[in-house]
Design a protein around this ligand. Structure first.
Ligand code: ZN
Length: 88
């Protein structure tokens, strides 16, 4: 009787373990590239046009003399340039 209970327990634990692995596999998408949590390399910078924060490595950079401005997209960069550098 006790042996049956033990076998049942082991089977139950094994099933839970397999289900957990499967669930983790579906969520975690192989190695490294998880959809949920984006990876931020380096510092965060702020787009001064739309006020979005984004990783510096993904931002578009405009140098304005000694200043550096970061933008989330071409559209924001163009908006900035049209406002601040109408001549070019
Ligand atoms: Zn933007």
């Amino acid at each position: 009787m006790i042996r049956r209970l033990l076998i049942f327990l082991i089977a139950a634990v094994g099933t839970i373990w397999i289900l957990r692995r499967l669930a983790a596999g579906i969520r975690g998408e192989r190695c490294g590239q998880s959809r949920g949590a984006p990876r931020f390399e380096g510092a965060m910078v702020r787009d001064r046009i739309c006020s979005t924060f984004l990783p510096r490595s993904r931002a578009l950079l405009v140098r304005d003399g000694a200043e550096e401005h970061f933008f989330c997209s071409q559209a924001c960069r163009d908006a900035y340039l049209s406002r601040h550098r109408p001549a070019r």
